[in-house]
Design a protein around this ligand. Structure first.
Ligand code: ADP
Ligand code: S3P
Length: 281
């Protein structure tokens, strides 16, 4: 083993176009963080963690660290996350990337981005926390900026930066359960159209179309989104499979928009856009 400890900062992300229907997705980075510290101590076998035992995290660890090392070391995992889990805000991609990057850093100082991403994505498929592998989300968390990918082929199609004058406001509606996600495939052609808009650089129009589609198929309550347009948002959509809703707007409009959302029952989180890559030391 090259290192006895590794500390990672990985960022979160928001969907522009959901990849479930077509396999192609577009996602951009935001400032919410996951921090992971792994420490290896020679001696008795064992793993301690400050979160519930989780098959996704275990799978990543066992895919990267050799069994011979795990047999003779005690591994401590400390994880803090600013990303609420299970809302479509990419917590699983940020956590799996962070654990993957930290494990590779224990092995070697030379980091191969593709290996970090592949292990995270393959483990997410194995643990069934993702349907397509969510390579779009993994790349946006890892590299920051806007990323367009083909998840079935784990291929990056395009990268771009997000305008730093923009801000993101996330709304977590109270009492809304996730809809039947496979139904997103009903509008495969329209999701494909949204992806083509994103390819042309029309990110906020693509995200709006994505929002209309996901809302109509899974949630059927467009009122918060209409409110967003009435309050000068450039774009609004459910992120991932929802139920979280993310709005993109100029920083100057954030305060008014947040005030206007108070009539809806839920929690609001403000975020910045992120164009920087994850770090490990
Ligand atoms: N704070 C956390 N600690 C440990 N694991 C986490 C944490 N947040 C997310 N995860 C992992 O991500 C999974 C949640 O994935 P998912 O429901 O798809 O949420 P999201 O839509 O935010 O990606 C959890 O089952 C767990 O494996
Ligand atoms: O399961 C998957 O493959 C995906 C899930 C969605 O994200 P969430 O997991 O954040 O809902 C979606 O946006 C992404 O493009 C692909």
């Amino acid at each position: 083993m090259k290192n006895s400890s590794a500390s990672v900062t990985m960022f979160g992300a928001i969907s522009i176009v959901n990849a479930i229907a077509t396999g192609k997705g577009c996602t951009f980075g935001i400032s919410q963080k996951v921090k992971v510290k792994l420490s290896l101590e020679k001696g008795h076998q064992g793993i301690s963690r400050n979160f519930v035992n989780d098959k996704l995290v275990n799978k990543i660890i066992r895919s990267i660290l050799p069994g011979s090392v795990l047999k003779n070391h005690f591994l401590s995992i400390s994880l803090t996350s600013e990303i609420p889990a299970g809302w479509g805000l990419k917590s699983s991609s940020a956590v799996s990337n962070a654990i993957s990057l930290a494990c590779y850093k224990l092995l070697d100082d030379q980091i191969y981005d593709r290996a970090v991403l592949s292990t995270a994505v393959n483990s997410s498929l194995w643990a069934k926390v993702s349907m397509t592998g969510a390579f779009d989300d993994a790349c946006a968390c890892y590299y920051g900026g806007v990323i367009l990918t083909d998840n079935h082929y784990k291929k990056i199609i395009k990268r771009d930066v997000v305008n730093n004058d923009l801000a993101v406001v996330i709304f977590l509606p109270t009492g809304v359960a996730r809809g039947e996600v496979p139904k997103l495939r009903i509008h495969k052609d329209l999701f494909n159209h949204a992806f083509r808009l994103a390819l042309k650089g029309d990110y906020w129009k693509a995200m709006n179309l994505n929002g209309v589609l996901i809302n109509s198929i899974l949630y059927n309550n467009y009122a918060p989104m209409i409110n967003a347009f009435e309050n000068h948002c450039l774009s609004i959509s459910h992120s991932g499979n929802g139920p979280a809703i993310a709005a993109v707007l100029y920083k100057d409009n954030v305060e008014n928009f947040v005030n206007s959302m108070e009539k809806f029952d839920g929690k609001i989180i403000s975020a910045k856009v992120n164009n920087t890559k994850a770090t490990v030391e």
